[in-house]
Design a protein around this ligand. Sequence first.
Ligand code: UD1
Length: 435
Amino acid sequence: MAEILVNGGNRLQGEIPVSGAKNAALPLMAVTLLTAEPVTLRNCPDLHDISTLANLLRGLGSEVDASALGLASADALPVLRLHTPEIISIRAPYELVSQMRASILVLGPLVARMGRAEVSLPGGCAIGSRPVDLHLLGLEALGAHITLRDGYVFAETAHGGKARLQGAKITFPKVSVGATENVVMAATLAEGRTEVLNAAQEPEIVDLCQCLIAMGAQISGVGTSHLIIDGVENLGGVTHQVVADRIEAGTFAVAAAITGGELILKNGRLDHLGSLVRVLAEAGTVCAEISGGIHVASTVDRPHAVNVTTQPYPGFPTDLQAQTMSLMVVADGSAVLTETIFENRYMHVPELIRMGANIEIDGRIAVVRGVDRLYGAPVKASDLRASASLILAGLVATGETRLSDIHHLDRGYERIEEKLRGVGATIERHDGTDG
Ligand code: UD1
C-alpha cells in the first residue's frame, strides 16, 4: 500500500512552483466538447483527476494528447491537447463518472452541441451528499428536457434533440461552482441571451469565461455574480493558459505558517487568496505579492488562533478549511471553524486528534483548542484536502507520520512530496510494492 512518510520539525524555506489549477483545468477540458476545432491547455496539472476526465472524453470521441503533461521545466509549461472533431457517443458511463464528481461538467456541453446527453449521476469526494439539482435546474431553464432513470441523467432539447438550447434567465437559489460552469458552457451555444444570477465567482469560473471568450463566446459580467451570455452558432479552437492553483498555493502558504518558515510560491496569485491572506496575517504570517509569485513569511514563534467561516468566493474557501484547521491545532488559543459549504467535511478531525489535537465538533462547527505539540502517527486520508491537512500536521509533529490512502492526495496535488522536500521537509513516498 502506497504511503507518504513525514518526519516533522523542519522549518520550510525556499521556492515552490505552483501548478495550474485542477478545478480550472477540468471545466476547461470539457470545453473541447463545444467545438470541432483543437483546444490546447498550457499549464495543465498532471493529476489523477485530469486522466479520469481525459478517459471520459476519449469515450465521447475526443482525441486527448497528454504526452506533454508532467514535463514542466523552467521554460516549458506542461501542455494538454484536446480535439473533438466529432462526438461519437453522448453517454458518460457510471464506471468513469463515479470516479469523479466533476465528470458532470460534460453534461452542459454535450446537450449544447448534440441536443442530447446521458450522464451517470456522479460520485467524487465523500464530503457530503453533493446533489446535482442546480445543474439540472439550469439546463432545464435553457430548454433541455431532463429525466432521471437507472442512475443516469437523460437530457434532450426540443424536437427530439434537434433544437438548440434557448437562452433564459436563471437565478440559482444557492451558489454552485459546477452548476454555474455547466450552464455557462451550455449557454454559449444557445439561441439568444442567457442571464445567470447568483452565479459563482471563483477565479476558475473567470478562467473558463476567458477561455470561452477567446473561442468566440459572448460573455459579460465576468467575475461577478451576474453573467450575461449571448449565444453564438459556433465556437472555434483556442490555446489557453490554465490559471494558477490557489488551493495548492494556499496549502503551501499554510505550510510556511505552520513550520514558522518562509516560502516563495512561484506563479501563485495573491489576488485569488484574499480571505486566506487575512486569516494568516491574524495568525502571524505575512503574505505579499512579488514579481512572479507570492512571498510568505511567518513572524511569530507560535501561530495565533483565528476563527474561520467558509463561504463561496471571495469568502474563505472550503477547500482550505482542513489545512487551516491543522494550523489552528498548534495555535496559541482557541479557534472556532464553521463549515457552511459541505455538511461532512470534518473527516480529518479524528485523524488530527490521533496526532494529539484537541478538537470538538458540533454539526458544522469545530472548536479547536491549540496544543503545544503534535505527535506523528499512522493516519488515513479520507478526501483530497483532508490528506493535505494531515501532511501539514505531520510537518510540525514530533516523530513520523504515515499517511495511507494517498490516492485521494494524488487526485489534486502534483508531486507534493517532491515540492515540500525541495524546501526542506523530510517527506517521502513509499510505493508499497516491496511489501
Ligand atoms: C467545486 C470544486 C470543489 C469545491 C467546491 C466549493 C471543482 C471541480 N470542485 O465543487 O473543490 O470544494 O466547488 O468551492 O471545481 N449543491 C447543490 N446542488 C447542486 C450542486 C451543488 O445543492 O446541484 C451544493 C453542494 O452540495 C454544496 C454547495 O452546493 O453544498 C456548493 O457546491 P458546488 O459549488 O457545486 O461544488 P462543486 O462544483 O461540486
